[in-house]
Every structure is written in structure tokens, then in C-alpha cells.
Write a protein that binds this ligand. Structure first.
Ligand code: COA
Length: 184
């Protein structure tokens, strides 16, 4: 394994992060504006092999669950039942293909959890046709499944016109499901 460092994001890493996100997760939605908000933030970390960005985790304060889970009344109800109204939501976790399976995803999540120790966390686990890639990472960090939502991104992806590399052969938009998990 090469020597990988985990650090806060600086301005020079932004272009590489945009590329990594757009090739693994957000398919055209990552841009300078939404990535640069994380510069020097404790809500995002990147993994570097020398100066090359090979992994990224982003999160934010879940201030308004109703706007985060717009069109997902069932998710809101579950969060309410668990009295989760203030938490940190893990938004994106991605590792470059060649670097997977070396513990980088695990280390990125560890860094975020350590930084915000004692807080409640929420994540939306992306279930691709071959399963939830990050399942083991979140499970071993005590994230518990709260609710499974079929076609979680379908309406949003049709509206914002983004595709999914895993399921686009089944039609426009993203028909993947999600598992909403909490750590409290
Ligand atoms: C999910 C992802 C971030 C994992 O990163 P990684 O650096 O390879 O993860 P790690 O090396 O820390 O692996 C941690 C565990 O996940 C497992 N894992 C990693 N990739 C996996 C995959 N594609 N499918 C199933 N399990 C996987 C590993 O076997 C390991 O399990 P263990 O701890 O029980 O031994 C990476 O595969 C990725 O970027 N995938 C595409 C984007 C994605 O799905 N992101 C998650 C959205 S919720």
C-alpha cells in the first residue's frame, strides 16, 4: 500500500475532487461552488497519495431534515420517531477505483467521526445493483439501518437530469435504492 494521508481540503485539491465525485458518485453535479464550501472545513476530508486525491468524504449539519428529505415523508417520520432532529449527515464517500480495498474509505469516515465525537450521524447508503458498497464501513462504525427506500433518487435525478453509472441501462435517472442509517 502506498502512503496515504488524510487531511482537510485545500483549494488546490478542488479540481481533482470534482473529477473524483463526478466519476464515482454525483455524475456532473459536483462543481467548484459546491466543493469549495469544504475548503479547510471539518466537515470534509480528502485522502492523498502524494498530491493526488484518491478519496473524499463530505458531510454537513442536518439543520432541516424536511428539506434534506424532501419527497421522503417516510424517512422524516422515522427520524422523528428516533428524535433525530439535529445530526451530521454524511453526504459523499468515494475512493478512486485503483485505491479501493486498502482501508482508505474506513480511514476517511474514522477521521470525520473522531472530529465530531459525541454527535449523532445520519447517512444515505447508496444501494447499487450489486449492493451497498460502503455497508461494512458504516456497520463497523455502529451505523444502524433505519429505513430502506426504493428508488430514492428517481424523482430528483429526473428533475435535475443526472444519471447513474450503475442503473442507467434501466432507463433515465437513477433507480437505485437507499438505506438511511443513523448512529446515535
Ligand atoms: C465504498 C467505497 C468508498 C469503499 O472505499 P474503500 O477504501 O475501498 O473501503 P475500505 O478499503 O475501507 O473497505 C472497508 C470495507 O468495505 C468493503 N468494501 C469495499 N468496497 C466494497 C465494494 N465495492 N463492495 C462491497 N464491499 C466493499 C471492504 O471489503 C471492507 O470490508 P471489511 O472492513 O469487512 O474488511 C468505495 O468502494 C467507493 O468509492 N465506491 C463507489 C462509491 C460508493 O459506492 N460510495 C458509497 C456511497 S454510500
Amino acid at each position: 500500500m502506498s502512503f496515504i494521508t488524510i487531511k482537510k481540503i485545500s483549494v488546490k485539491e478542488v479540481p481533482q475532487i470534482i473529477t473524483l465525485l463526478n466519476t464515482t458518485l454525483s455524475f456532473g453535479l459536483a462543481n467548484y461552488n459546491n466543493v469549495s464550501q469544504y475548503i479547510q472545513s471539518t466537515y470534509a476530508y480528502c485522502a492523498l497519495d502524494n498530491n493526488k486525491v484518491v478519496g473524499i468524504i463530505t458531510s454537513k449539519e442536518l439543520m432541516d431534515p424536511a428539506s434534506e428529505f424532501l419527497q421522503h415523508e417516510n424517512v422524516l417520520q422515522k427520524l422523528n420517531e428516533c428524535q433525530i432532529n439535529h445530526a451530521i449527515i454524511v453526504k459523499q464517500l468515494a475512493v478512486a477505483q485503483y485505491y479501493r480495498g486498502q482501508g482508505i474509505g474506513t480511514n476517511l469516515l474514522d477521521q470525520l467521526l473522531k472530529q465530531h465525537a459525541g454527535r449523532n450521524f445520519v447517512t444515505v447508503g447508496w444501494i447499487t445493483p450489486s449492493g451497498w458498497n460502503a455497508k461494512s464501513i458504516f456497520h463497523k462504525n455502529s451505523f444502524q439501518p433505519l429505513i430502506y427506500v426504493k428508488e430514492f433518487w428517481l424523482k430528483d435525478s429526473l428533475l435535475k437530469k443526472y444519471d447513474c453509472p450503475y442503473c442507467k441501462k434501466f432507463g433515465p435517472g437513477c433507480s437505485c435504492s437507499a438505506v438511511i442509517c443513523i448512529k446515535d
